[in-house]
Write a protein that binds this ligand. Structure first.
Ligand SMILES: Nc1ncnc2c1ncn2[C@@H]1O[C@H](COP(=O)(O)OP(=O)(O)OP(=O)(O)O)[C@@H](O)[C@H]1O
Ligand SMILES: Nc1nc2c(ncn2[C@@H]2O[C@H](COP(=O)(O)O)[C@@H](O)[C@H]2O)c(=O)[nH]1
Length: 186
């Protein structure tokens, strides 16, 4: 059986990666599975353990790093985020195309380990719109919003390191473009 693709969807926090993913995940032709990450961040209202994230504490996360259990990991605005390696490998070996939704430092690590990963960077129509989206989510205090916005400015410079760039203005259009990218690589 052909091993599944490893697809990395990156882009600044609040650009709409999770929103757009909901549109193309339902497309059965793409044979996709979402890789649930591990994080030390507190759950937001409505987030579900094992679906949105595996929520854990700093000690367990650091142990996972030590044990080599993560494909990649990064510290983002005071919390750890990482991709459990074993599940990604199991799914790819079973022929599934696995999608990671991760920030830019994580993508750099993935590219080193899996040079054939399909890397996609999502950009907002403007930085003003990005700020509106982060604020509109109403999930973080002002101090964290400021840190996320400052980080977004730095992350946008990494766009050149990605194979594909997709603008999320209309989420359905962005999802259609991503579906096309995935099909082209299957
Ligand atoms: N094309 C769009 N037009 C307008 N609003 C959008 C669009 N896409 C997403 N949004 C809104 O922007 C906000 C952020 O979206 P979302 O949480 O999907 O971003 P994200 O990139 O997954 O963020 P993070 O990386 O922080 O998890 C949400 O409130 C969402 O409804
Ligand atoms: N390097 C990784 N980055 C990840 C992972 N899971 C999510 N993320 C990214 O972190 C930021 C913040 O996420 P939020 O849910 O707190 O808004 C965002 O860019 C995510 O895409 C991961 O496993 N590794």
């Amino acid at each position: 059986m052909k091993k599944g693709l490893l697809i990395v969807l990156s882009g600044p926090s609040g650009v709409g990666k999770g929103t757009v993913r909901q549109y193309f995940m339902q497309n059965e032709e793409l044979n996709l599975v979402y890789s649930t990450s591990m994080t030390t961040r507190q759950p937001r209202a409505g987030e579900v353990e094992g679906i949105d994230y595996f929520f854990t504490d700093k000690a367990h996360f650091e142990q996972a790093i030590e044990n080599g259990e993560l494909l990649e990991w990064a510290e983002f605005v005071g919390n750890y985020y990482g991709t459990p390696l074993k599940e990604v490998e199991r799914l790819r070996e079973a022929g599934k195309n696995v999608i990671l939704e991760i920030e830019v430092q994580g993508c750099t690590q993935v590219k080193e380990k899996c040079p054939d990963a399909v890397t996609i960077f999502m950009i907002p129509p403007s930085m003003e719109e990005l700020e509106n989206r982060i604020r509109g989510r109403r999930s973080e205090p002002e101090e964290i919003i400021q840190q996320r916005l400052a980080k977004a400015q730095r992350e946008m410079k990494m766009v050149k390191d990605y194979k594909y760039v997709v603008c999320n203005d209309d989420p359905q259009l962005a999802a259609d473009v991503i579906a096309l990218i995935i099909k082209r690589n299957m």
